[in-house]
Design a protein around this ligand. Structure first.
Ligand code: AMP
Ligand code: MG
Length: 492
């Protein structure tokens, strides 16, 4: 099997990773191959789906040119620093430059123990693998930067969690697996040389246009802050709760990474959290911008020795840069909200209009995704208002706001956008389909019983989240009371 590997990370110094081969599994079977992504990577999807493919995607056989490594990193988990985490159940096979010219990591998640496994078994269960497959691919189709899923295979071996579950391996594809925690790993060891190597590597790999300023660390910090501010604004736009925004799960490339306990909002609630281990709600929906900024402060801290020779100057630069996050996020969030509301022009009061709406959604228990999708119809026909108002516990709460919205829309007319065009533009940013939690739970349960049809169907629907797919409309619906999923669990 031919992967066009070019493994730059494995050529960095030894202390950046551990060389380790995937452990063999008994009976690998391909569950899913992502054909479109395989194509971009220059891989033969048919071959990946074959018995030979199963050997490679499970880690039983190494493709030619692979340089398997587990990456070293540290991280703040729920606010507490752990100076060594690292890939405990993921093995990087190597990097592939795709047909689009982009370099991507190809990693097997659940491929066995590594020197970073501590007490863990290095394995993944089928449920979390399918969850990551579905949600990361949905995020990509929604237009949110994310790691991707190239394939899912079952191993034919059990994994032992609270119950015995089928084992599986996910092939994760990412712009890279560099995290804030990768920098923290070397900062914690006082390894200035490694930090400097890493900063220059990361800048050249992810933000080459920003290289050459003479201060790679500062340039990198700026770019990562911008990427994270924009990313979190997009999360809020689609109602995504990451659930475990530890610094080891914060990507330097600005992709969403780690789909452990993530979930999408059904009814809008800024305090919503799903993760069973997030007792205090640290990573609740509305806390995500603040946490992302906190994570950027941790990155700045790790980079301090590189920012300036003078310590006070380094702290001043770091503080100033991290403070920029707030403005960048607010701007990005405003852009997201304006688009959701069908506003092409900018007015000062737009954020107030959106904030008033979000308050009303929260106090009326309104489904976030359904609301905005139905609002698209209201943008071209006031008769559709009844359908929107029906989502509110108190329908008058919508009607009052809608009057203000329509007065604002009337001022759009100078931009000569007709109502039909506005509604179409709104349908390109307000999805009909999101990977709702109850659907994910149901497809996992079916898959564990051996029925992969619900998984297949959901993946297919979510390839086109912004299109009405009337024959599968039931997959867009919020959960019935008895279908509601209150908690999600880490993918361990
Ligand atoms: P996560 O919660 O997925 O961000 O993982 C946190 C840390 O625990 C990382 O260092 C993982 O590699 C490690 N880890 C999680 N699950 C396992 C497992 N089953 N075996 C070994 N290490 C694991
Ligand atoms: Mg992680």
């Amino acid at each position: 099997m031919k992967f066009a590997f070019d493994n730059t990370y494995a050529r960095l110094p030894d202390r950046f990773y551990a060389r380790v081969s995937p452990a063999k599994v008994r009976e690998p079977r391909v569950v899913k191959v992502n054909r479109a992504l395989a194509e971009v990577l220059g891989l033969d999807a048919e071959q990946l789906a074959s018995a030979e493919g199963a050997e490679v995607l499970s880690g039983n056989a190494l493709p030619e040119g692979a340089a398997p490594i587990a990456l070293a990193y540290a991280g703040h988990q729920f606010g507490s620093f752990v100076n060594q985490l690292g890939d405990g159940r993921a093995i990087l096979l190597g990097e592939v430059v795709g047909k689009d010219g982009k370099r991507r990591d190809v990693q097997l998640k659940g491929a066995g123990r590594t020197p970073f496994s501590r007490g863990g078994d290095g394995r993944a269960a089928l449920g979390p693998v399918l969850r990551e497959y579905v949600v990361s691919e949905a995020m990509a189709a929604l237009g949110v930067p994310t790691t991707r899923a190239l394939a899912a295979v079952t191993t034919g071996e059990p994994v032992f969690r609270e119950e015995v579950l089928p084992g599986a391996v996910l092939t994760r594809v990412a712009a890279s697996h560099l995290r804030v925690g990768t920098f923290q790993f070397f900062a914690a060891r006082g390894d200035r040389e490694a930090l400097s190597t890493l900063a220059s590597y990361a800048l050249a790999r992810h933000y080459p246009e920003a290289a050459g300023s003479g201060n790679d660390a500062l340039a990198l910090l700026d770019r990562v802050i911008e990427a994270q501010a924009s990313l979190v604004a997009r999360w809020l736009g689609v109602g995504f709760v990451h659930g475990v925004m530890n610094t080891d799960n914060t990507s330097i490339s600005g992709e969403t990474i780690d789909y452990g306990p993530c979930a999408f909002l059904d009814e809008y609630d800024p305090e919503k959290k799903f993760s069973s281990i997030d007792r205090g709600g640290r990573y609740a929906f509305g806390n995500q911008p603040g946490i992302a900024q906190w994570n950027m402060l941790r990155l700045a801290e790790a980079l301090l020795p590189l920012l300036a020779d003078d310590k006070d100057e380094a702290v001043r630069l770091a503080t100033e840069r991290v403070q920029r996050f707030t403005g960048l996020f607010v701007e990005a969030h405003e852009r997201v909200l304006r688009a959701k509301l069908g506003l092409a022009r900018e007015e000062d009061d737009d954020l107030a209009l959106a904030a008033d709406l979000l308050d009303r959604l929260a106090s009326n228990g309104v489904d976030y995704t359904l609301f905005f999708r139905r609002l698209c119809a209201s943008a071209e026909d006031t008769a559709a208002d009844a359908q929107v108002a029906a989502l509110f516990a108190e329908p008058g709460a919508f009607r009052d706001w809608a009057e203000a919205w329509r007065r604002r829309l009337a001022r759009e007319d100078v931009a000569r956008v007709d109502d039909g065009a506005r509604a179409r533009a709104m349908r390109l940013v307000n999805p009909a389909f999101i990977p709702r939690n109850h659907r994910i739970e149901a497809l996992i349960q079916a898959a564990v019983r051996g029925d992969f049809e619900p998984f297949e169907t959901f993946v297919r629907v979510l390839e086109r989240p912004y299109e009405d797919q009337p024959e599968l409309a039931h997959l867009s619906e919020p959960p019935q009371l008895d279908e509601r999923v209150q908690h999600t669990f880490c993918g361990t």
